[in-house]
Design a protein around this ligand. Sequence first.
Ligand SMILES: Cc1ncc(COP(=O)(O)O)c(C=O)c1O
Length: 427
Amino acid sequence: MSNADLQARKVKAIARGQGNAYPVYVERAKNAEIWDVEGKRYIDFGTGIAVCNTGHSHPKVVEAVKAQLDNFSHTCVMVNPYESAVELAEKLTNIAPGDSDKKAIFVTTGAEAVENCVKIARAYTGRRGVIAFNGGFHGRTNLTMALTGKISPYKHQFGPFAGDIYHAPFPIAMHDISVKDSLKAIENLFKVDIAPCDVAAIIVEPVQGEGGFYAAPAEFLQALRQLCDQHGIVLIMDEIQTGFGRTGKMFSCMHAEVEPDLITMAKGIAGGFPLAAVVGKSEIMDAPLPGGLGGTYGGSPVGCVAALAVLDVMAEENLVQRAVQIGATFNEQLTALQQQYPQLIGEVRNQGAMIAMELIVDGDPHQPNSALTQAIIAQAAEHGLVLLACGFYGNVIRFLPALTISDEVMLEGLQKFTQLFTQLAEA
Ligand SMILES: Cc1ncc(COP(=O)(O)O)c(C=O)c1O
């Protein structure tokens, strides 16, 4: 069976809304490499959208999952719980930022984790409003679409949305939006749209993911913490893409030394198994009544043992530190490319191994080069690379290599990228 045959079947059988970046069908994947059904090898700089931080099929994760399957696969943590869920909650509450006593809940997807944060914040405060940011991405369910600050393709056609959601600009120096501008906009919301005493939560990604890999300045996250304290608002940090060592700290908000009230965890948490969690201050987490949170599959025993193995692997292989090294290598090489092509590459930025290159036209940072970005993504597969785009205008290439990637494979991938970029830039 060829990739083309499978893509033809896919187009007939799966709705176009669930698109695929590449018509490349996976046969197997190991650490930072993927092989397709035609036997072609790819270096994976996408990790299934920031999920396989510990690489594809890490032997320790696979071993833990196999052992669990020999015991049982599902009883529902809300019916007959098991030790792995309790142990994982203990570990997550320990590694979460800040010193406050914490508790966790388990769900299945990132969007569900975000939804549950809003439920918990509303139950705790008795308030209705939620403030989110332009360019933020929080998921594809009704409430998380409403929180998401990007119309196409996430919100277009899908309203009406959940109410009482307000957006403010996210500070991005490259696009002339300062921390002061963002804070002023929130103050304006308080004057124009909703009184602070009606706001249950502010939700923020410490580095915007789908929005374009823009890191919030530390002073911005600190100012949000202060604002929330001042008005009794719950601060939610959405660390679904930034978590589990990706940015060179276990969680990105640790760079700013800010303790959120609630934090979302998903993606990298379980090395590819569908698991997500909310961790937060015990007093806030306990606001909803028993049965008010959870779901059939939340905290699946398979996901829990995978997550426990991921945490072991991260510690044993020092992956948080490795994210810093990976980020430095990418930054150095991509910056060299930027120096060669300053008219096309507006910025190279990274927080640890969350790395991005923003493409522009004629050296103008305000003219997004979506065409070149799309051409690079489209041709990456031919060059044996998996790359992803992001950003409001789809003009940012994001690099999310496994934190377990070897130097050899990383440098080979970077060389492939440089060749591809040069070829298209010179065309
Ligand atoms: C910051 C952030 N929040 C929420 C989500 C939604 O997660 P999921 O796709 O698992 O529902 C994502 C997914 O990309 C994300 O990056």
